[in-house]
Design a protein around this ligand. Structure first.
Ligand code: HEC
Length: 130
């Protein structure tokens, strides 16, 4: 038979273990809350993501002819800052201009780039930002 004194000591130790466990749990809780809030603040808005995507697509596909700064003329293409979604769609998908649009250049050097159909939204955002 266990000495009753020892049983009290064991119960006390178990109590301490439970308290320590709860403290660890609650501090972990706080950790995860903290990390989830910091996750939220580092989460960029869809608008910012679209802009970044547009810049990426522009740099990868357009600056061989247009300027890296879309407000300036490029090596063979004109400045394209402020291009509407309609203009970009006509140029990229069909190599055309919207009805009644007066092109900046009379040349026909730019090939259609229909593989960028899904990027027109992002390009429009980038070319109209600032
Ligand atoms: C091979 C060179 C070349 C590439 C690549 C190119 N362009 Fe062009 N772009 C031109 C040229 C040159 C013109 C002037 C019209 C012409 O010759 O087709 C032009 C015209 C345009 C116009 C019409 C401007 C206006 O208002 O008259 C837009 C908009 C445009 N480009 C957007 C883009 C975008 C966006 C990309 C990338 C996704 C791109 N271009 C890639 C050469 C290029």
């Amino acid at each position: 038979m266990m000495h009753p004194g020892i049983r009290h000591v064991i119960i006390a130790i178990m109590g301490i273990v439970v308290v320590v466990f709860m403290v660890i749990l609650s501090s972990c809780d706080r950790c995860s809350q903290k990390s989830s809030t910091s996750g939220e603040t580092s989460n960029v808005s869809p608008e910012v993501q679209r802009l970044a995507r547009g810049k990426l697509v522009y740099n990868a596909n357009c600056i061989s002819c247009h300027n890296r700064n879309p407000k300036l003329p490029g090596s063979i293409g004109p400045d394209v800052f402020g291009s509407s979604k309609e203009l970009l769609t006509a140029r990229l998908l069909y190599g055309k201009y919207p009805d009644g649009y007066k092109p900046k250049r009379e040349s026909h050097l730019m090939p259609p780039l229909p593989h960028l159909a899904n990027e027109i939204e992002a390009l429009t955002a980038f070319l109209n930002a600032q």
